[in-house]
Design a protein around this ligand. Sequence first.
Ligand SMILES: *[C@@H]1O[C@H](CO)[C@@H](O)[C@H](O)[C@H]1NC(C)=O
Ligand SMILES: *[C@@H]1O[C@H](CO)[C@@H](O)[C@H](O)[C@H]1NC(C)=O
Ligand SMILES: *[C@@H]1O[C@H](CO)[C@@H](O)[C@H](O)[C@H]1NC(C)=O
Ligand SMILES: *[C@@H]1O[C@H](CO)[C@@H](O)[C@H](O)[C@H]1NC(C)=O
Length: 437
Amino acid sequence: MKVLLLLALVSLSLAAVVQVPLRKIEPLRNRLMREGKWQNYLKRKHQDRYVMEKIMSGAVVPQKVNDYEDEAYVGNITIGTPQQQFQVILDTGSANLWIPDSICGTLPMNCLQTSCEGVICQFACDNQACCGTPDPSHPVNSCANQNKFLSNASSTYVTNGKGQDTITFGGINEPQLAVPNTIFGQATSLAAFFAGQPIDGILVMSIFSLAITRHKLNTNFSGLAFTSIAVDQITPPFINAINQKLVDQPIFTVFLEHEGDQNNVPGGIYTYGGLDTTNCGSLIDTVPLSSATYFQFKMAAVKAGSYSNSKGWQVISDTGTSFIGAPQDVANGIGNAFGATWDAENEVFWVDCKATVPTLDLTIGSNTYSIQANNMIVPSGVNSTCLLAAFPFNSFGFGPSWILGDPFIRQYCNVYGVGAQNIGFATSNQNPKYSLF
Ligand SMILES: *[C@@H]1O[C@H](CO)[C@@H](O)[C@H](O)[C@H]1NC(C)=O
Ligand SMILES: *[C@@H]1O[C@H](CO)[C@@H](O)[C@H](O)[C@H]1NC(C)=O
Ligand SMILES: *[C@@H]1O[C@H](CO)[C@@H](O)[C@H](O)[C@H]1NC(C)=O
Ligand SMILES: *[C@@H]1O[C@H](CO)[C@@H](O)[C@H](O)[C@H]1NC(C)=O
């Protein structure tokens, strides 16, 4: 009994609450719009999805696959001993976990020339020189400017067919939570959207995680079906931290700032193992998760001005999506309420930056959460025009039908209850410094 108590005390004293800063970067979409390349990018993306669906034999490819053109918030992690640093998307809405490997982009061409493009690369190609480039005559290696992991330089790296090493949440010279023996994917190619973006990889923050080990993916296509899509279910790093009793509480809290058109500025804080008492108010409510995969829960109703709908939906809280994704009819209703214009070619809602607009009111549990204009209207990156941070999301009848992305998380700190499988919402002390208005 005494021994047990002592052990409990020891592990308690080792556990921690660690606060790690995020940075806000310019989303790929804004950059491509500015450079006049956005429509081509979209065309290509749709092509990729089509090919991918063929390859997957009609299986539906979730819209989230590879949709990081929106991504605005990144954080530093390190892997290995001594620490190698990477800037990654900390994504509560995906199961992906990978870092470019030292051999990324260097393997000989071995992909199917005809279908190895864009998103397909992720699954089929080892060399970006034959895939994923807007113009095949000017191949771009998407890994070229990314930090790459050198497993041979890490004394704690374990060779077991998957990457396994110590990962720290937080970069060198930042507060860190070190999680030994964490498994991650070592990517040998990166999809085109990484090229030119200051993003090295993706770190899963959802409850389950899959590491796609690319080496194995060069296995056989039989017909055009993946016989062995070498996706391993692995323990996500934060769950690994909980299992090793490295944090006070099995929760993490996300605070996102709204930065208007500022880029490369501080963008928020991830608090691992506790509440963020500096940047967030007290918890308003906590609701149970309806699925122990993503942070998925029920939302009863939505209202914006004279538009309202109380059909009820499954939704996810997703740090890796910069907008609010809603079913088509609801997105139209919200767009109208905000006086926004749908632009089918660019697949965005344009809205007057200074429009007087209603709040977007979401009813979750017994509370209504109101997202204000300064979180719903965002700069497009072009000519001082603005976008409504909402888009029509097609779930194809599977999974969640809404994505509550950054506008919601900027308005309310989200508390991800990994242990209790719930999600909480707290008021956010938003930084008014960079407000668009
Ligand atoms: C990551 O670290 C680099 C180098 O120290 C720094 O320039 C960058 O701002 C950091 N990024 C984040 C997200 O903190
Ligand atoms: C590790 O491997 C890379 C190439 O993958 C090589 O350039 C480097 O010299 C190696 N480093 C050590 C310490 O062996
Ligand atoms: C792939 O196919 C080749 C020949 O068809 C076969 O020898 C090999 O074992 C297959 N590899 C895997 C991993 O199934
Ligand atoms: C931005 O303004 C320039 C100059 O007026 C114009 O040529 C360009 O088409 C505009 N871009 C967009 C996306 O409106």
